[in-house]
Design a protein around this ligand. Structure first.
Ligand code: UD1
Ligand code: CA
Length: 451
């Protein structure tokens, strides 16, 4: 007895007005289809089939070999989509999920499986009661249970008043599905094969059909339009933010904070407004992040503050201050007790513990040791027009303001570089390097120049 899951993803996405399929549009960094595929895994499906349109080879490339793909050549309706996969289904149950319904919860699916088994149904429908059912298929009930789903376009005035709607999620006996899917006809207003017509067919055959109504209509929001995509994003944002608040994280003005599902945060972190945490970001306890910070796949150690800055694929140690207005680019490792100040850009570099890079500086392709002071306006000149080269500065060095360090270079332990130096040679430890043109003072110049 197999748990088959079909994910319908072959729709035309006309209303999204996009080059790509609506199911590949992202909600907090993850595509709608990826949310649904994850659900299919979480519900312990034995086989997952994704029904894709003929132009969707990229779906196959993105999701790889672990799923089965069935191409629906023509978009003849949800019934046709399921019919395309039917020959591949093995005995057991078949769950139908829509790839454009990404906010569904695992808990609801588990309840649907329990409902299906307990009630010994042949077909179970996940339904929701909503105030504005416009556009959805309506659940029509009689004294024996659910007798039909009527699409909005086909509904009578009386049926339009029904507020219990079809979420699209169905669970059924696979053998019955395979038998009756061939009986669908396009005799409806849209001229499509409606999967939902199975309800009436099952009932006429004396099979058991029922609907389980869930309360949270947010779970079934479809992303047919960009407006609905925004609604789904808000649902997901709130769900994730609530999770972190329930787990000891303070969010100030949570409606302005976006945290992707893949992020991890320890308790007693404070996140301030306008912050976006993305990818594999990890924030340790006692940090203060924000306002207006973007952290993308970044590790942040204990007690660090990041303020109005962008940090990408980097690692920051404990008790360090970053920002305001710092730009930390990929492959940067910053140690403990560091100070990275305003208008500092760091890329592909290591900044040792206790080192300060406080203002207006570019550090690219450099390895800085511990307890170094980098003055204001320093540039690590890492690119000669052809090659990127690395420089190394050893512990305790002092780099004066407005120094240019022309890579590749090595500055020894405790060395001093005088302000304004353009450094083109290695500097031994404990020495002073000074390289600037001498100043000439012409006294009484102003008076003389007027003569
Ligand atoms: C469908 C249901 C409706 C339900 C609503 C919930 C039918 C006939 N109607 O309507 O009862 O209330 O969902 O959101 O099922 N797709 C294909 N191939 C096709 C057509 C669609 O793969 O030929 C896929 C789409 O990509 C989408 C899903 O099936 O993921 C639903 O199709 P859509 O056209 O959006 O159905 P609705 O009109 O919203
Ligand atoms: Ca839809």
């Amino acid at each position: 007895m197999k748990r088959n899951t079909l994910i319908l993803a072959a729709g035309k996405s006309t209303r999204m007005k996009s080059k790509k399929s609506k199911v590949l549009h992202e909600i907090l960094g993850k595509s709608a289809l990826a949310y649904v595929v994850d659900l299919a895994h979480d519900i312990e499906s034995d086989e997952i089939f994704v029904i894709v349109g003929p132009q969707e080879e990229n779906i196959q490339l993105i999701f790889g070999e672990e799923l089965n793909y069935v191409t629906q050549q023509q978009q003849l309706g949800t019934g046709d989509a399921v019919a395309c996969a039917a020959p591949f289904l093995e005995e057991g149950t078949t769950l139908i999920l829509y790839a454009d319904v990404p906010c569904l919860c695992l808990d609801s699916l588990q309840k649907l499986y329990d409902f299906h088994e307990k009630k010994k149904n042949d077909l179970s429908i996940l339904s929701v009661t909503i105030d504005n059912p416009h556009g959805y298929g309506r659940i029509v009930r009689d004294e024996f249970g659910v007798c039909a789903i009527v699409e909005h376009a086909d509904a009578t005035e009386e049926q339009c008043k029904i507020k219990e709607i079809n979420s699209g999620i169905l669970l059924m006996n696979t053998n019955d599905l395979k038998t009756y899917i061939t009986e669908l006809t396009p005799s409806n207003v849209q001229g499509e094969l409606y999967l939902t017509d199975l309800v009436e067919i099952f009932r006429n055959e004396g099979l058991q059909v029922d609907a389980m109504c869930i309360e949270d209509e947010e779970e079934i929001v479809g992303i047919n339009t960009r407006r609905q995509l925004a609604v789904a994003t808000k649902v997901m944002q709130e769900r994730i933010n609530h999770y972190w608040m329930d787990n000891g994280v303070t969010l100030i003005s949570p409606e302005t904070i976006f945290i992707e599902e893949s992020v991890e945060i320890e308790p007693d972190v404070v996140i301030l407004p306008g912050t976006y945490l993305k990818g594999d970001t990890y924030v340790s306890t006692d940090c203060e992040i924000g306002p207006e910070v973007t952290l993308d796949s970044t590790f942040v150690g204990v007690g660090t503050h990041v303020l109005r800055s962008t940090v990408m694929q980097a690692e920051i140690g404990d008790n360090t201050r970053v920002g305001p207005y710092a730009y930390i680019r990929p492959n940067t490792v910053i140690g403990d007790n560091c100070r990275i100040g305003d208008f500092v850009e760091i890329k592909n570099s290591v900044i040792g513990s206790g080192t300060k890079v406080s203002h207006l500086t570019y550090v690219g392709d450099a390895d800085l040791g511990e307890d170094i002071n980098v003055g204001s306006g320093v540039v690590f000149v890492n690119y000669d027009g052809k090659l990127k080269q690395r420089s190394a500065i050893e512990d305790g060095a002092f780099i004066g303001c407005n120094t240019n360090i022309i890579a590749p270079l090595h500055v020894g332990k405790g060395a001093y570089i005088a302000a304004g130096t353009t450094l083109t040679e290695d500097v031994p430890g404990d020495s002073l390097a000074i390289g600037r043109s001498r100043v000439t003072i012409k006294s009484n110049w102003k008076e003389k120049s007027r003569e």
